[in-house]
Each structure stands twice: as structure tokens, then as C-alpha cells.
Write a protein that binds this ligand. Sequence first.
Ligand SMILES: NC(=O)C1=CN([C@@H]2O[C@H](COP(=O)(O)OP(=O)(O)OC[C@H]3O[C@@H](n4cnc5c(N)ncnc54)[C@H](O)[C@@H]3O)[C@@H](O)[C@H]2O)[C@H](O)CC1
Ligand code: K
Length: 524
Amino acid sequence: MKVVSGQVMQLMDRRAIGEFGVPGLELMEHAGRGCADVIEEAFGEGEARRAVIVAGKGNNGGDGFVIARLLAERGWEAPVLLLATPEAVTGDAAANLARLPASTVKSVPRGIAGEQELLQSATVIVDALLGTGMNSEVTGVYGEAIDLINVAGVPVVSVDIPSGVDAATGKVLGRAVRADITVTFALAKLGNVLYPGAELCGRLVVADIGMPDAVVAEAEGAQYVDPACAAGLFRPRGVTAHKGSGGHCLIVAGSTGKTGAAAMAANSAQRTGAGLVTLAVPAALNPILEQKTTEAMTISVGPERAGHLRAGSLPELLAAAAIRDVVALGPGIGTAPSTVYLVHSLLAALDKPLVLDADGLNAVALKSDLLMARQDRITVLTPHPGEMARLAGCSVPEVEADRIGCARAFATKYRVHLILKGARSIIAAPDGRIAINGSGNPGMATGGMGDVLTGVVAAFLGQGYEPFVACQLGAFVHGHAADFLVEGLGTQGMSATDVQEMLPVALASLAASRTTATNNQQGE
Ligand SMILES: NC(=O)C1=CN([C@@H]2O[C@H](COP(=O)(O)OP(=O)(O)OC[C@H]3O[C@@H](n4cnc5c(N)ncnc54)[C@H](O)[C@@H]3O)[C@@H](O)[C@H]2O)[C@H](O)CC1
Ligand SMILES: [K+]
């Protein structure tokens, strides 16, 4: 599913009207009908059906007027509270306001504080205050209206986006409506899928409003990776698969006290379908990892008592990498100066696709220009916001303020692929393409999850997936596995090893969706 900013949707609107001759009133009619259909289906069962429409003066309010008319035609009581004078309403919205009986519209430019009883008596409140045209912090009567909608104790359907949520970022500008259902139009907006907006939307429905296909296809947007998208990207093993076709991953990981990171990265690569996994670890830790892993082979690196990786092990590691398909570097390696030096030399010398995580990223942050030397090679970075801030030389709040912009700027500048972790991980490609991962849950906010992701992404690269696809599948499968655990485990005590063990189930579900989709196509 493609997602766009509010600004891009407004451009699409203009193209549809200007270049394709679709009347704006027709788009608005479809938008209103899409909402009315959802409202009827969700709340139209009982005897008394009253939808109170709280409308702003723009086209979001215009959609609200269409909803009021269509619901009234279907036997609903549908009073409108207009937070403006009727004269302030213009264009298509004014045309639709004029089609409503005057008795059903109450202009309340000073606010809806006196309308609490009406709000509380509703079967459903329709939030048609602000949509993609919101351009500033919500204050005054609009802010008060949002507060009153939220405390009315009645289900809320938001038109396009909950009022107060920024369609470009998902951020709340001052305050925002908490909806049970949001009906958005033509394509989802970034604010519908990014947090906190995603949570405020409740159930998201994307309604078809007759936007020309070419306008939808050519719109600049991000890929939202949902189960259908991930299933489309995934290639299940063929019947003639052998361990060579699954790829051979070399995982360079571990230091004293951090053997678990190495084990989880290796085991997760194996659980994601890597044909073979070899774990290169500091020599002193080799006996422990021989115990902790079963399927992975291990290489004991450096002098016998070495508890961390050292600069002198470069030739040994390059030789190991030469006969593998992909290298993952970083889980649990620590920050000893000699290890940092090793990471710097490996970056320059390794010609295999490389996944860099954790302390590998911290080492790179000290010398990020080294990434420039890898421009013709595949490099995937998997930072959390703290690591991203160190890499980009900014603060964590700056990263969080614009996750997409930050990920894209770094990926394009250094010609790398990047997964910026966090709720709705952002995947950025060197050419500026963006994907947003739709899976995952708060149970993943615990140590070791990043090591699992590193192994998963390395496994997909080793299987020959194009890096942007490997990153999307990696992020999705990682979160999908965790989502399977929620019902039984909840989100409090889930562990990274639990997720690792659930990876095959997540992959099997993608394979099953592909089979179902193929069968449906054949049956058509
Ligand atoms: N293709 C589509 O998606 C279609 C969308 N439609 C609907 O139109 C709105 C966008 O309408 P627009 O008139 O551009 O903007 P809004 O209605 O969101 O509001 C703009 C209105 O409000 C004022 N304003 C802005 N910020 C604030 C604020 N913080 N506080 C108070 N007032 C504010 C601003 O000055 C404007 O006057 C889209 O979301 C859809 O719902 C079409 O109906 C069909 C095609
Ligand atoms: K709205």
C-alpha cells in the first residue's frame, strides 16, 4: 500500500481536477459516500440512529456535509455543528452546505461547549473538522471541540484523518481527536500510519473516491509494508532448494559479557532460511558459543584469551568473508579501541554485502566518511534512534522529529540502505525511496531484538534479495513474528529469543498468503 503526505494528496486532487477533468464535487461526493457507507455498516443496526457531524470550514467539513445528506437520505438523524459562519465556507464545501436543509445545520463559530448534550446523545460523532489542510497548532474553539468530542463517550469516525493529527508526520499538533474508525481517501496518508497518529485513527479504511489510476500511480509516496505487501515480496523456497541456495551468512559478533547477541544473530539468520551460518567470535568465547548454538558453525578469532575482536584479525576475517555470501558485523562486539579499528578496516576492505548494527554502528559514527568508500557495495545499517543520532551528528529528539527525513538524508548522502528502528521502522534506500514497516508491537522494546533483526536481514541478503526488499522483508518478518506472540505472551515479558523462535511461523504465514493469493487468481 502506498502512503502519501497531505501535501501530495492535495497535488493529486488538483491533478485529478485540472488534468483529468474529474470535478472536485465528484471527489467530495465519493469521499462522503465512502464515510457514510462505513458509518452505516458499523453503527446502523439500532432503531435510533443519530450521527452528529462536527464540521470545519474547509473541504474536510465539506465531506461532512455530504455525509449528513447521505445519512439523512438513509433515515438517519444527522445534525451538523459548523464551527464557522456559513459565509466562511467556500467552493465545493459551500455547494454541499447549500444542499442541506437549514434546520439541520447549526453555526457555532464560538464553539460547541453548549452542545454537550447533543454530542452525548449521538450514536456516532463524525469528526469533519480538519483534514489535510491543517496547517498550524490547534487552539481556541477547534481545540475545545476536539476535547469535547473525546470526552463525549460516543464512538467517533474521523473523516480522512483525526483532526489535530499532521497528515505528513503523524504528530499531534496541540491536541487531536481519538477516533474509533478513520475513513481516508484514495491513499492512506503518512499521518494515518505513523505514530501517534496511527493509534488515534483506530481502524483505518481507505475509500476509493474515483481518483484516476495514473494520478495514484505517479504520486510520490512511501511503501507501507503490510502483510499483503510482504507476502508479495517473499519468495518461498523452491522444491529443488539446497543449502547453497539459501546463502551462507558470516556473523562477526560477541565480546565478553555479550555472547547472547552473537548467538541470537546467528540463530535468527538460520531461522530465516539461511542455508549456512558461520559465527566468527573472539577466541575466548568460542567454547561458550559452541554450546549456545547448534546449527551455526563457529570460527575462533584472534589469540586464545581474546575476549573481544582485535585489529590484527583483519586478514583472518577477510579470508572468512571471501567464501560467504553476506557479512553481519556488530552484535555485542563492544567498543574497545582495537575493535573499533577493526571495524574501520573491515568497512574499507570487505567487498561482500554487509549488515552493520549495534557497536558496529557506533564505530562507524566515529568515521562515517568510511561509508563513502563502499559506494559500489551493499551496506545495510540498522540503527535505533540513539545510534541514528550519533551517525547523523544530531540529537535523538531531532531524529524523532523527522524520522523519514533523517533516514532518507543519511541513506542518500552515504549511499547506504538503512532501517531506522522504532515503532513503524523507516526503511530508506540510497536513491531516496522510503518504506514504512507496519508490523511489530511494544513487546519488542527489550534487549536483543536488534540482534535478531540483524540476523534476519543478513539471511534475506544471503538469499539474494535486492537490498531494499531484504530490508522491508527483514523489518516486517521480525515484527510479524513478535505479533504472533502477543496473544499468548502479552507485551510485557516477550523476549528476543521468543521472537527468534517464532520467525519460521512468520515466514510460513507469508508463504501461505502467497498460495492463497495465487489460488484466488487461478480461480478467477
Ligand atoms: N483527494 C482527496 O483526498 C480529497 C479530499 N477532500 C477533503 O478535503 C480535505 C482537505 O480540505 P482543505 O479545505 O484543503 O483543508 P481542511 O478542510 O483540512 O481545513 C482547512 C481549513 O482549516 C483552516 N485551518 C488550518 N489549520 C487550522 C487549525 N490548526 N485550526 C483552525 N483552522 C485551521 C485552514 O485555514 C482552512 O480554512 C481532505 O482532508 C479531505 O477530507 C475532498 O473532499 C475530496 C477529495
Ligand atoms: K478530520
